[in-house]
Design a protein around this ligand. Structure first.
Ligand SMILES: [Ca+2]
Length: 356
């Protein structure tokens, strides 16, 4: 029946067949455009976190992405709280059908329990989402481990799958340890982390995600896994201000207000922080956008490593001895089309919050 309707529609609306102009045809161009977009399947690895919440929302909003699951990590909050926040945000955005899995709850070489840093609480609030209350999702966290979900999805979808990790790289490193072929199976790996040219944000040389588990990041970089590194070199150029959050607040929707409240909390932390920036860095959402819009950034391809000694703890740096080796595996983002990204980010998220 569907096929018959399609054939009749095709004959009826085919411009050359009936000799009319395209402009007069009753075709919904938005639906047509949407149909033409090839979606990639994406797994997000989050330590949710306010900018993680923005990354999650961005992945739901961009027509090029089909979010198939979330794996959670420790970092801005504990792994368990990251899962609860992720479930609640999915529910808020009417996407509670997307599953959430637990990942590692601490760095690979740590034995003691992970404790959230005071700095993380100052930036993301004690609950990770700016101390804003979000209605509890009725959906529980999945029983399967996040690492197994990554491996299983890679086997199922192959190159159609992109994995974007915007917390510590522990889960990704564990997944590649468990299934070494993973690095060649997946279409793209993108991480938010590191700082090549600029200073770190938790020490003069260390960025927060890498600092949580430098050994895991070093193992990942040196594994030959093709990675796109979206670090502070680019994320601190893409700032969101209260002017933009006011646009969401003015929508008068539940999600618009909640995201405006959350992000205003985050912006306040930046205003009072050491760099006195007037907006917040869009670290995690930029990594998600770069995965499907690589034209937003310029990259420098390098063999990379992460410092694991006291002197260079968590520093992300090129391996000098490998500067002339072929096939560098890390594409380090060094420049970004700021306006293009901010327009894309605001267009997509404002549409999403308008509808929820
Ligand atoms: Ca994060």
């Amino acid at each position: 029946m569907k096929k018959l309707i399609y054939i009749i529609s095709a004959i009826f609306f085919c411009a050359p067949c009936i000799g009319t102009t395209k402009g007069s045809l009753p075709v919904d161009t938005n639906i047509e455009a949407e149909k033409d977009v090839k979606k990639v399947k994406m797994i997000l690895d989050l330590d949710t976190g306010i900018d993680d919440a923005l990354a999650l929302a961005y992945a739901l909003a961009d027509p090029k992405i089909e979010l198939i699951g979330i794996v959670t990590s420790y970092g801005n909050v504990t792994t368990e709280l990251s899962a609860i926040n992720s479930l609640n945000i999915l529910n808020l955005l009417h996407k509670k059908e997307i599953p959430v899995y637990l990942g590692a709850d601490k760095a690979m070489d740590k034995t003691e329990e992970f404790v959230v840093f005071a700095g993380s609480k100052r930036i993301h609030g004690a609950n990770g989402v700016g101390d804003v209350e979000i209605a509890k999702s009725p959906r529980p966290v999945e029983k399967q481990s996040g690492v197994d979900f990554m491996i299983e999805s890679a086997k199922k979808y192959g190159k159609d799958l992109y994995i974007v990790a915007v917390g510590p790289t522990t889960n990704l490193t564990e997944a590649i340890r468990k299934e070494p072929n993973l690095k060649d199976m997946v279409g793209k790996f993108v991480i938010m982390g590191g700082a090549l040219i600029v200073k770190g944000n938790v020490s003069p040389i260390a960025e927060a995600n890498i600092r949580q588990d430098p050994a895991a990041a070093n193992e990942l970089f040196r594994s030959g896994t093709p990675l796109t590194m979206v670090g502070l070199d680019v994320t601190l150029r893409t700032l969101l201000t209260k002017k933009e959050t006011q646009v969401w607040r003015d929508l008068g929707t539940t999600s618009g207000k909640i995201f405006a409240d959350m992000v205003d909390f985050y912006i306040e932390a930046y205003i009072s922080g050491t760099h006195k920036l007037q907006g917040c860095g869009l670290h995690d959402p930029l990594a998600v956008a770069v995965a499907v819009h690589p034209e937003l950034v310029k990259t420098l391809n390098l063999h990379m490593q992460v410092g694991v000694t006291e002197k260079d703890w968590a520093r992300t740096v090129a391996i000098t001895e490998k500067m002339n080796d072929p096939n560098p595996n890390v594409a380090v983002c060094v420049d970004v089309e700021v306006e293009q990204f901010l327009n894309l980010f605001m267009d997509n998220l404002t549409q999403l919050f308008k509808a929820n």
